[in-house]
Design a binder for this molecule. Structure first.
Ligand code: WTA
Length: 651
């Protein structure tokens, strides 16, 4: 099964190599056998009502639902007639047991400060902040923007929103003021919760300042709550801005969880689409909770005494589902780390694993590639023997990175769960079950119970094993997005118009002869930078909003660490473009979208390759950006000499 590092590379090229779960893992696993999995999967496919009805007994209901599911995809409603509350399920129900003194969140700040919140501590803080929200005029159904560092107050704010039925919209701290304003406006947010700043590699990122700037353009926001984190200078606007710690001083810790409909909107999370402005993916209450709770248990094999760490930022869906809602619904102990993996040095993650005896560790391929680059001496300095399970998410993992993860971090002892899912799916859709599935490096293996995928042609015809095609879902699942906030038409158009009767969100995939699924990446104009989806269109529109830019085309290219880098082809209104202009444009994109969208390359060109009908041929630009020969047809190109001149410049 194992190989030494000498022949490791060769072996990973062999895709049929499999890694069955170690016997000691199987023995203690939540799901132990292939038969058990097969039975669950088949039952969920043939009798989704029966299956999910049984699963829903794992939730605490104020009032039982009338129907498990109603209506066909895309407009399936789940657990209609039921009354439930997510924060109640994540907190209150654990307080009647010994878990009240169990650590819910173990938090580690970037500068090294720490906090542990037991379930009863977290419950108290959430109740208090829920009362703060009410006092500030937030009502059930209102939208609340959260723009915060990875501090416990972020978890408290989310759970407080869900406690009173306010819909949260969390914006990743790497987005700019303009991006916040767009999201505030789209969601018509009533209040913003933020912090003075956030720590990143010892430097302070000014979050409150970005919020102040955004509020000049978002008039629906009436109040701002500010957590004091860095102690940096901020301007507080009277009757608009309030310090978190002051609001929390004299407020009651009594706050009953509101009884909400199963389909009550829990949160909006903005994600990039292939066209236009970001899409407000909307998730609702019961189905999302059930999806994250069950998948956490199945995939991460959660046990009472586990210390579980997902390294994502809560600003992305992975943090929502697998730092907060899924683990807490299971009564687990979840680790939350504020800072960068290489601060104060490249051993920080492994130091945290050792310090808290982390058992389950969930990260992204982009991080794994960085660890490989930084060298084995970092993990090798620490005791990683507490680890029993590893996970990955966000983009396809290259087999070489998988093998390194398996050997150097997992010490050939820990199963790896490669989890495929999306912001839209709410919860993990395809993944190995760690006590059941023999894994193959780079494959997300098989669908979880309730997930019925298919690989089809553009016309919706199922493809045989071995052929690549479009990945679709043929059956509704409880944690599916319900709409794009304020734009149901766009929801139908984006996900359900491509392939009739199916959900399609833009990935290509194939199965191999054993039926394993292999994700082949995006098939639309969305690129995956460090595991985060970015629309090339958004970067293009940011570029052309600069007065000196006439036209821009943006493509992804293979990037050693980020997976995909951002390459921009730009023609200017006048002049050739130089280093100063390049810097100016990079800065401009950062200001429009945020640091997350920082271009890696900008290439100036008086013209861009176009078809005779005037469409930019991004396919050709992708080849140039990747340094490849031009592949495919170029006969529709209006002016073939453009390609030559672009290639010369690239040298
Ligand atoms: C990609 C992140 C291959 C995929 C949870 C998907 C993956 C997009 C994997 C969703 C994986 C995510 N293997 N590709 N294990 N996980 N992806 O919405 O292209 O930020 O469509 O959700 O990431 O990204 P999102």
């Amino acid at each position: 099964m194992s190989t030494n590092s000498g022949d490791g590379i060769e072996s990973v090229l062999n895709e049929t190599r499999t890694f069955p779960p170690p016997a000691e893992f199987v023995e203690q696993a939540n799901i132990k056998s292939e038969e058990e999995y097969q039975q669950m999967w088949q039952r969920a496919k043939d009798d989704p009502e029966g299956f999910w009805g049984e699963m829903a007994e794992n939730l605490d209901w104020f009032q039982k639902y009338d129907k498990v599911m109603e209506g066909d995809m895309p407009d399936t409603k789940w657990f209609t007639g039921g009354k439930i509350n997510v924060s109640y399920n994540c907190l209150d129900r654990h307080l009647d047991s010994w878990r009240k003194n169990k650590a819910a969140i173990i938090w580690e700040g970037e500068p090294g400060d720490t906090r542990v919140l037991r379930y009863q501590d977290l419950h108290r803080e959430v109740c208090k902040f829920a009362n703060v929200l009410k006092k500030l005029g937030v009502e059930t159904g209102d939208r609340v923007t959260i723009y915060m560092p990875m501090v416990p107050e972020l978890a408290i704010a989310m759970l407080a929103c869900s406690r009173i039925g306010a819909t949260h919209s969390i914006i990743f701290g790497g987005f700019s003021a303009d991006a916040i304003a767009d999201r505030n406006n789209d969601a018509e947010a009533k209040i913003v919760i933020t912090a003075d700043g956030s720590w990143r590699r010892g430097k302070e990122l000014p979050l409150k300042k970005a919020v102040d700037d955004s509020l000049e353009k978002s008039s629906t926001v009436k109040k701002v709550v500010v957590v004091q984190r860095t102690g940096g200078d901020v301007e507080m606007v009277p009757d608009r801005d309030y310090w978190w710690h002051e609001l929390m001083q004299d407020i009651s810790a009594d706050c009953e969880a509101t009884e909400l409909d199963s389909e009550h909107p829990l949160f909006i999370l903005y994600t990039s689409g292939s066209t236009g402005k970001p899409k407000g993916v909307l998730h609702t209450t019961a189905g999302y909770l059930l999806g994250t709770q069950m998948t956490s248990k199945w995939v991460f094999d959660l046990k009472e005494d586990d210390t579980y760490w997902c390294t994502a930022d809560i600003g992305w869906v992975t943090g929502h589902s697998y730092i907060i809602y899924g683990p807490l619904a299971n009564g687990a102990t979840t680790v939350m780390y504020e800072g960068a993996p290489n601060w104060p040095n490249e051993g920080r993650f492994w130091e945290i694993v050792e310090k808290y005896s982390v058992n389950i560790f969930y990260t992204a391929p982009t991080a794994i590639r960085a660890f490989i680059k930084w060298g084995d001496q970092w993990p090798n300095q620490y005791d990683l023997s507490s680890l029993r399970l590893l996970g990955t998410v966000g983009e396809p993992i290259n087999p070489e990175a998988w093998m390194w993860y398996h050997k150097t971090i997992g010490q050939e002892r820990c199963p790896i769960v490669d989890t495929w899912w999306q912001t839209e799916t709410g919860a993990i859709m395809m993944s190995p079950l760690p006590g059941v599935t023999a894994t193959k490096p780079g494959s997300c293996t098989f669908p979880l119970p309730g997930v019925v995928p298919d690989i089809v042609t553009k016309d919706g015809e199922s493809l045989p094993k071995g052929s690549g095609g479009l990945l679709v879902m043929r059956q509704s699942w409880p944690s599916m997005l319900r709409t794009l906030y304020g734009d149901h038409e766009r929801f139908l158009e984006t996900y359900f118009s491509e392939i009739e009767g199916c959900y399609f969100a833009g990935d290509g995939a194939r199965t191999d002869e054993d039926g394993y699924y292999w994700i082949m990446g995006r098939v639309d104009d969305v690129i995956n930078v460090s595991g985060h989806r970015l629309s090339t269109m958004e970067v293009e529109s940011a570029l052309v909003s600069h007065p000196k830019v006439a036209e821009a085309a943006v493509v992804g290219f293979p990037h050693e660490l980020k997976g995909e880098g951002i390459c921009c082809f730009v023609s200017l209104t006048e002049g050739e473009g130089d280093d100063a202009m390049e810097k100016e444009l990079i800065q401009h994109v950062r200001q429009q979208i945020g640091a997350i969208a920082t271009p890696d390359k900008i290439q100036f060109s008086p013209t861009l390759p176009k078809t005779r009908s005037g469409k930019i041929m991004r396919r050709l630009l992708r080849d140039i950006a990747a340094g490849r020969e031009t592949s495919g047809d170029t006969t529709t190109l209006e002016d073939a000499s453009v390609l030559e001149s672009l290639r010369k410049k690239d040298e």
